[in-house]
Design a protein. Sequence first.
Length: 321
Amino acid sequence: MAHWTVGVDFGGTNIKCGLVSDRGRVAHSVSLSTRACAHPRAFVDGVGQAVERLARGAGVRTTQLRGIGVGAPGLIDRRRGVVHSLVNVSGWHDVPLAARLSRRLGARVAVDNDVNLVALGEWRFGAGRGARHLVCVTLGTGVGGGLVMDGELYRGASGAAGELGHMVIDARGPRCGCGRRGCFEAMVGTAAILRLGRRAMTNSPALRALVREAHGRLMPRLIGRAARAGDPAARSVWAEIGRRLGIGLANLVNVLNPERIVIGGGVSNNWSSFYPALVKTLRAEAMDVPGRAVRVVRTALGDHAGIIGAAVLVWNATEHH
């Protein structure tokens, strides 16, 4: 029985490939530039070479791996291993990725949505361990979601469940990339944080100084630095983001009654700044019974969550055959 699986996390900047043990540990990993491997043919070639390198390092052939799991940021037909389309990456239209990668490497390949796999990784080995009902939220440029319901990854009727970023929390809010107004993503994503940050700069010499140091570029991490240093204007940005998160998560708590909500993504690095307002709002907005049942926690697996979840996807596919 092979003891190694390769997990692939297809991100907007990097494609991370990792060799995962049966215990969910990433032994070795390599990173590729998404820009260089964005086209389907280049992706299969680049990831194929990376998998071969990882397998060689473990002293096995690719045909001896348990399989390769791929998490991709878009709409995926998991059963057929087809990528229908990707968010922010052009050239992907109904690409039979599992079949192409499998042909290249002679190994089983499973493909799913990237945030579904973060949820799967955290549920099996991370902050969601032991939970039967779990919501995973990733915060960054967009807002991604993955749902584990009754111990199973919940994908919905068309495999598109978990688009938490596109529930509306303020019908008069800013326009979202999807065309509607006030989506969760438009209210708490990077663009919303920067919008609040630009307003805060007028009352924040500290934040203005940090932006000058960054050659005039305002970034969420700078607002986070100012907030942690005690700047009132920067702290108010994260309090507002926490409040909005609390409203969105209260809706999910009332509908899904999860026992745990796991939050990850780059924005979660500002956890201490937004968490108090999030919890306060969630407790006020959620109904009593489901509100008492839920705990909100930060991801435990960090950058490896997607890689580990991709390995779990392969194991689940193997077990179900």
